[in-house]
Design a protein around this ligand. Structure first.
Ligand SMILES: NC(=O)CC[C@H](N)C(=O)O
Length: 314
């Protein structure tokens, strides 16, 4: 066991308790009614290394839905289904500087494709690219991909969150219809079907250990460290990690890149999936969010870890 790992083991609980206080500056997301029940002061973390060691602290067993974290993996699946040319005809490669659910630039900037695959509009466009003969088969393929990447076939959609989101997603619906108007969604696309795929993958329930396992595959260039199997082509992992740095923490990605300097993706349930390239996969949950939609305590914890262990890539 190396020095850093044993130091982490000792220091993690204390660092976590210091960061937990930051939850007081945040609020649990309520715009998806079912998310409002989350435990605002909960904070948990799992760190996994390439040798199969795992460290946990706090409420790491809290279940939560992946929300925007899932977008990294639907992007990867769409890339594996179609290749770069088709995917990047539908979504751009640039951060927006706007909120994750903004419609602003879709109308303002030609050619009217979403700026990147990690904002809602971009992820909805990506949902339309998932292969399958029926909507069920498409959602089934997405779930199977999560089973493989997380190494757990019991991952499933939280039906209450899914229905809650489906009932209240007026803005996502308008984004999707706008995308059809702009021909990002093809002429014969059933918009509700595409949205259903999107709502379902956002509602997949997981915990910190799942995020850490998924992140570890990205940290290891797409290779499952346990089996040596190349689960995702290296080039696509590189693309996903670059988007995580530039757009993964919404319009606070620049700040997080300066403070922590590691690829990360957050979701409105308060989860953050992050990694130290070539070393660790990390999952964090802390449901209270700041105004940008990122976990206040989670961001604080990752920034302090990165600072004290020198994890920044920059
Ligand atoms: N930022 C997020 O996690 C957004 C995902 C959420 N399902 C939504 O569509 O609004």
């Amino acid at each position: 066991m190396n020095n850093e790992w044993s130091r982490l083991k000792t220091e993690l609980p204390e660092l976590l308790e210091q960061s937990r206080k930051e939850a007081a500056h945040g609020q649990v997301a309520e715009y998806i009614p079912e998310l409002a029940h989350a435990h605002a002061y909960g904070l948990g973390i799992t760190i996994a290394d390439l040798q199969g060691n795992v460290i946990h602290a706090g409420e790491h067993e809290l279940p939560f839905t992946l929300q925007s974290i899932s977008k990294v993996f639907t992007l990867l699946l769409a890339l594996m289904d179609h290749g770069e040319e088709t995917v990047f005809a539908k979504v751009g490669k640039e951060p927006t500087g706007d909120d994750f659910n903004s419609m602003l630039k879709l109308e303002l900037v030609e050619p009217g494709i979403p700026f990147n695959p990690l904002i809602n509009a971009g992820a909805i466009a990506i949902s339309s690219l998932i292969k399958g003969r029926t909507p069920q088969e498409k959602s089934g393929r997405v779930l199977e991909f999560f089973h493989t990447i997380a190494g757990d076939n019991s991952l499933a959609v939280n039906e209450n969150v899914y229905l809650s989101e489906k009932r209240t997603a007026h803005r996502n619906r308008s984004l999707a219809y706008f995308l059809k108007e702009n021909q990002v969604l093809e002429e014969d696309t059933d918009v509700e079907e595409v949205l259903d795929i999107y709502f379902r993958h956002c509602s997949i329930e997981a915990n910190c250990a799942h995020l850490a396992a998924m992140a570890l595959i990205l940290a290891n260039q797409g290779v499952d460290p346990a089996t040596g199997a190349q689960l995702i082509p290296k080039r696509y992992v590189q693309i996903a990690k670059t988007f995580m740095i530039s757009c993964g923490m919404y319009n606070a990605s620049g700040e997080f890149a300066i403070q922590a300097g590691i690829p990360a993706k957050s979701g409105v349930s308060g989860g953050i999936l992050t990694l130290v390239p070539g070393r660790y996969g990390i999952g964090v949950i802390g449901p209270a969010l700041n105004s940008k939609g990122n976990s206040t305590a989670g961001v604080h914890l990752l920034e302090s870890l990165s600072l004290s262990y020198g994890w920044s890539m920059f």
